[in-house]
Design a protein around this ligand. Sequence first.
Ligand code: AMP
Length: 292
Amino acid sequence: MKIINNGNLKLAVQKNGRLTENSIQLLRNCNLDIEKFDDRLLISIRNYQLDILFLRDDDIPEYVQDGVADLGIVGEDVVQEQNANVKVVKKLDFGKCKLGIGIPEDVELNDIRALENKRIATSFPNILNNFLIRNNIKATIITISGSVEVAPSLGIADYICDLISTGNTLKLNKLKSSITVLDSEAVLIKNKNLIKSSDKYQSYLKLLGRIESALNARNSKYLMMNVPQNSLSIILKIIPSLKSPTVLSLAKENELAVHAVIPAEKFWEIVDDLKSAGASGILLLPIENIVL
Ligand code: AMP
């Protein structure tokens, strides 16, 4: 692929796949103005010194390793399987999946040692091999490029090692999930030779700061409510605030407004306690960015 050398930072993302939508959404949350890209392989961002390359996810680690792209967003499983010489900078909290051992439904496998001398079919031979070496287990790895889950019923393998999410595909093939080999998610990767004194490096640091603030914001919400003055101390004990909550007086006597940034997943755990303690007009608002 011929890439224009315009001095812009180059970020590779998956074209048309599971990670594409979340990758683009994350970048939009970083205030990058990303136009419609349809079938284009490269777009330049109007409001940042950045070009986005759209590639097959299997190609991303190598392009970043070779410096064709400076950065990439790709599954950790792909990076590890290819043993790419890149720096994993940040986990991105989406594209989560588990690479695990699938076994026949009627087999009990509680101890990792039970993998000894078994034949395991997988499309991830390198990750599996490293896992077996780490655990000092000798097993035969059978590399298959797709539909790994049919291998046990065809008698080609005893077990499989594959990406598992709901477990439905395993169930259809009379298999079940057992030992976890890798918990994977989308990660930001970086070329190791990006020169620290370069303008590109400064653009990278700025982009990383924006990504971090967008990730912080995604897990937090802004909570607002009115509380009777005499309930304030109870309410403040209930709120799992990231920093000290804001308390404001209201026109109505003996009534206060309390605002706080809270971890999003805590809201439904505390809402009933807040109401019982007298809180009213409870609002929960999304936050776009948090700079800590
Ligand atoms: P795709 O080629 O579009 O299916 O995307 C594959 C990538 O998405 C994998 O390398 C994983 O990093 C990620 N992923 C997240 N959830 C799953 C899943 N349930 N099955 C396969 N891949 C997944």
